[in-house]
Write a protein that binds this ligand. Structure first.
Ligand code: ATP
Length: 407
């Protein structure tokens, strides 16, 4: 730091009482000149100091802004648990630590339980965050009342019955399990080829039981950063607890619950951590009340046996591709709102669609409608269905690319 220049000596004047008036006048004039010089010098110093003060004020301003910026980049995300007279209880994301803290005065009016907030190093709430920025919302599909009913699902009546028994009954009629003295199954696992109605089934259960449907794809749980997958699992279950009754649907569960491999890469370790978190959430499940889990996979053979242990997924329900009768039913469901010519023969179509999944049958109905529209008609004929079938069998030669394998 620069040192201040020394202050010039203050001129002094000593008048001899013996002096003549002339001598006295000349001494006073000399003294006046000295004082004026010192005054000028001091004036210069004051100007220089004012300039320096301005420079320093600018520097302070810049440092303050930098400081603010540094403070904002180091904020942590937390959720407000409760607003009490003693302060606000928050739970930090990542480590789940609960802290009693305070908040910036201007936020007092706006904060309530459930809000997502940013806190600084000393846990003081700095900012209220937009809930839409919540990672949970990005990774999960939450539907308070899905529109699918059991009547929309064709060809898997046995599976519907089993799911109703294992998932719907405990939600709607918990007393009967208590009276019988048995624990209701905590979850069911649906397995089978893609597009057979597994997601629909989970949505229909949520609809029929007035439960919130919360879907998360297993692939979303495989995260890049350590601990993030496990955190998403915790978030998933805590969201379900907030919204109970709830049906949690974990699609592609094989992404996190695959058989352990010998590979020791950190990515595998992270997937393992996520799966351990999932298992522990499922084990602590009975106390959670009205939450049921439905998981789905196309790769049953890949699943780790830990996930299939009793108390976790005690019901394993296969959802295969539909039989001829099932395909007929699915055709009826998906052509329900269509303008069909009398010549459309469902029996022949259900025979011609062997190996088709429900999703592929739905595509067939849409594609046949497209055939009619391209021909300038709105009534769909058997020829349109035949054309659509040919296109789908041929794979990607259609204007609608490769519908057969779209799912
Ligand atoms: P994935 O394993 O790929 O997730 P999924 O088995 O969950 O598939 P859904 O998402 O339920 O399949 O089905 C996709 C679409 O296919 C549904 O929206 C529906 O239109 C149709 N579909 C599939 N199966 C059936 C079915 N059994 N009855 C009626 N429609 C069906």
């Amino acid at each position: 730091m620069s040192r201040s220049p020394s202050v010039p000596d203050r001129p002094t004047l000593e008048l001899d009482p013996e002096m003549s008036d002339e001598e006295r006048l000349s001494a006073l004039q000399e003294h006046f000149t000295d004082i004026t010089k010192v005054n000028d010098k001091l004036g210069e110093r004051v100007d220089a100091a004012a300039d320096r003060r301005e420079d320093l004020a600018e520097e302070v301003d810049k440092l303050q802004r930098e400081n603010e910026m540094l403070k904002t980049t180091s904020l942590y995300v937390a959720t407000v648990e409760d607003v009490t007279e003693d302060g606000v209880i928050i739970k930090q994301h990542g480590n789940n630590q609960e802290v009693l803290t305070d908040m910036a005065v201007q936020l007092r009016e706006d904060i309530e339980a459930g809000d997502r907030v940013a806190v600084n190093d000393s846990f003081t709430i700095q900012r209220l965050l937009d809930t839409e920025k919540d990672a949970r919302a990005q990774a999960m599909e939450v539907d308070a009342s899905p529109a699918v009913t059991y009547g929309d699902i064709g060809g898997i009546d046995d599976q519907i019955r089993e799911v109703r028994e294992a998932v719907e009954e405990p939600l709607v009629n918990p007393e009967q399990f208590e009276e019988a003295g048995i624990e209701p199954p905590s979850g069911v696992l649906l397995y089978g080829p893609p597009g057979t109605g597994k997601t629909m089934l989970a949505k229909a259960v949520a609809n029929e039981t007035d439960a919130t449907f919360i879907k998360m794809a297993g692939s979303e749980l495989v995260q890049k950063f350590i601990g993030e997958g496990a955190k998403l699992v915790r978030d998933l279950f805590s969201l379900a607890a907030e919204r109970e009754p709830a049906v949690i649907f974990i699609d592609e569960i094989d992404a996190v619950a695959s058989k352990r491999t010998d590979s020791k890469t950190s990515g595998d370790a992270e997937v393992q951590r996520t799966m351990m978190q999932l298992l522990s959430e499922m084990d602590g499940f009975e106390d959670r009340g009205n939450i049921r889990i439905i998981a789905a996979t196309n790769r049953f053979d890949m699943l780790d046996s830990a996930i299939l242990r009793p108390g976790r997924f005690d019901r394993l329900i296969e959802v295969p591709n539909p039989t001829a009768e099932g395909r007929r039913r699915i055709l009826e469901i998906h052509t329900d709102g269509m303008n069909l010519d009398d010549d459309v023969d469902f029996d022949r179509l259900s025979r011609a669609t062997e190996d088709f999944s429900g999703a592929e049958i739905e595509s067939l109905t849409t594609e046949s409608g497209m055939f009619a529209i391209r021909d300038g008609r709105t009534e769909v004929t058997m020829d349109d269905f035949d054309g659509a079938l040919e296109t789908m069998e041929a794979g990607d030669q259609s204007t609608v690319p490769n519908l057969r394998y779209a799912y």
